[in-house]
Design a protein around this ligand. Sequence first.
Ligand code: URA
Length: 433
Amino acid sequence: MRMVDVIRKKRDGQELTKDEIDFFIKGYVEGQIPDYQVSALLMAIFYKGMNDRETADLTFAIRDSGERLDFSNVNGIRVDKHSTGGVGDKTSLVVAPIVASLGVKVAKMSGRGLGHTGGTIDKLEAIPGFNTEIEEKKFIDIVNDIGICIVGQSKELAPADKKLYALRDVTSTVDSLPLIVSSIMGKKLAADDDCIVLDVKSGSGALCKTVEESKKLAKSMVDIGNRAGKAMRALITDMDRPLGNAIGNSLEVIEAVKTLKGEGPKDLEDLCVILATNMLSLAKVGTYDECKLKVKEAIANGSAFDTFVKMVEAQGGDSSFIKDVSKFSVAPYTKEVKADKEGFICQVDTEKYGMASVILGAGRNRKEDNIDYSAGIMLNKKTGDYVYPGDVIATLYTSNESSLAEANNMLLLSTKICKEPPIVRPLVLGIVQ
Ligand code: URA
């Protein structure tokens, strides 16, 4: 088989066989097929797409490109939640301890920030001492012991995705449905969970800007998960506005801790309750309403917060920061972003809000960049709020004073103020199962 023929076939809009897909993934991981040929194939896939069978074969080839985890030594049912990426999305930090405190195991592999979106691993590493690289046996022991452990993806898990993702990032081929589906599900299926709840974000801060696109993505991921024998459910959720009020790593940890104690912003708490309830009901812990009650109790009686503290301690983190969040250091430079006219905040470009937080130091421009954990944005006003000139819309935090002006302008340009109140979308825009 020759790679040039595989590229030509897809360029001409034909369907690739399983053998052709396996050939290109294996050859790429083993270094026999160069980046330039894979780039050409990715662009052909971007334009010509893939049918369901090809997408499933690509997913399984990515899953099988490296080691697969074996969670058979975990006692009890394992459930995972995966978000397609958003701004201010710290739900994993809240829902995973809630679910674990109710007896369902969360053996979770998470990612780092990507472009304008944040990542759970970067957020957890904002807690001093927190270790996200734990070998498999210890990982399983922690899950058996306290019900939860969250680590980064090991080098051996789905290595094809690592190489492909880096190439997609620099060849403008990230936002292709079969490539997103196979990337996310290839990794998820290499882990060994029984149930997966997908949080497919939709809107200006998400990979998919429209609900139709998000539903298509959700349906494809659910179908592939089902084919692999997993119980699957996908929620399409709003990302036309940031989630909660905090964007940036330690700011988000603080907000997650408040939410675990029942003191978080309403949109974040509501979405966490919905996601945790879906994880429990998919794991057949009870009816939807029974699960929802349990989730609310776990927040109210402190057991979800206690589980988070135990996880931090088991993973080497300093839990005194969680018990007293004022210990997190505050960035040395701050700036208030002020409204320049009167009216309702009717629309925000959420992706730009995420980019502004990256400019402040909360994310990376290049893979090797260091993160400023204290950098980010606290929102005082959100879509639907009424503002007067001079009202503070947000406060910026950074260790790099020169980034403040650019982030300030970006936020102002991305915040539309109108005379009429906007229609604020519900948090959940659809369910696919
Ligand atoms: N997250 C992933 O892991 N892969 C994608 O392609 C998009 C989001």
